[in-house]
Design a protein around this ligand. Sequence first.
Ligand SMILES: [Zn+2]
Length: 446
Amino acid sequence: MLSPSLLIRNGTLITLGPDPKVRTGCSLWIQNGIIQRIADESGFHEPFEYELDARGMVLLPGFINLHTHLYSAMACGMEGVPPSRDFVEKLQHLWWRLDKALTPEDCYYSALLLLINGIRHGVTTVFDHHASPGAIGESLEHISSAVKRTRIRACLCYEVSDRDGAEKARQGLEENAQFIRYCREANNPRLRALFGLHASFTLGDETLEAASVLGRELDCGFHIHAAESPADQQRTRDRHGVGVIERLHRFGLLGPRTIAAHCVHIDRREMEILGETGTGVAHNPQSNLNNAVGIGDLPGWQQAGIPVGLGTDGMTMNMTEELRTALWAQHLRAGNPSAAFLEVCRTLLLNNALIAQRHWDLPMGELKEGALADIVGIPYQPRTPLHDRNAYAHILYGISQEPVDTTIVGGWVLMHNRKLTIDVDEAEAAARCRELAARLYERMGA
Ligand SMILES: [Zn+2]
């Protein structure tokens, strides 16, 4: 369904895009999911069905989360998880126990609650990476139902792995293929698909080859964890005699439509491969710090020509919180409190859109005519002058501290005055999610 005609009046625009501009007293006219016109008040004579007053608000392009796990909602507050000495133990003690016990209904409610949380934080597009070995055949269908209900934009995939044996790997391959075909046929403007793979160290050659062949047939990119911890590199080198990135490249899995998450432990040659292939890298600093796996060389990656964006890896749906953490981490890594400001800001505020629009084929992440109408409104009275040159700093230090008021995806208002306008009773959904979480913990023995 095409979105109605909507006029947003009197906002202060921070356009973002390659050359961010601040424009005051502007109105935007949206129709059919696209920003049709931006001008001052007097410039609008078109009939419009809805009108929003954005006085006192800054309007920004909606935030994009380049890598997350919507199935992680039920991990919040879980007890009985033994302490882990390293990242692989963390997977064994927590995530692989949790994902194995998920039912299709768990996948649905987990996704629904986190997508709602995303709307509350101005997220308009999510790249999800899903695992539920006990519910493979129904998982993406259930998550996409939650996506449709919330009206957010999402690119989904199922993470294929050999960790649970050949039959689960086969089912994972099939789940991706089916969902990619479904997305093509349904042509829902909010839904996209990638081919999901867990990580090199849990994928044998046979499965990677099968994924590569299927991916080529389906003409799609991949979404995979790469070199997140030293273990992925070590085990890949021990078993296959090459590093993670080179191995993925040999199987033809890299390219502009592929997203490699993390890449914390890559060497110079691997950076060159990612740069040469145009592969998008999703940096997830809060997760990397939480798992004690290290801090990625963000400036080095960007110097190598890698398009680096920002994800949250299930840690939060608050993208400005992730952005701030990314900067503090780079300061600590460099031992320099002035390091990497632009490199960090460009992950969320420029590159996420450049990577995402490879999948939506329309301009995203910029308030300009012809771009997708994914917009957030945040009440903000700047206490210092706000202009083109310091817009990033205002977002990082000022706007990030204010609650999002309005979230619009494809011209549809999903939240206004902090009230959700989507067809979901949030309290009821959360209550059901709590019931399901309690049962999940019983199945896990947690
Ligand atoms: Zn992840």
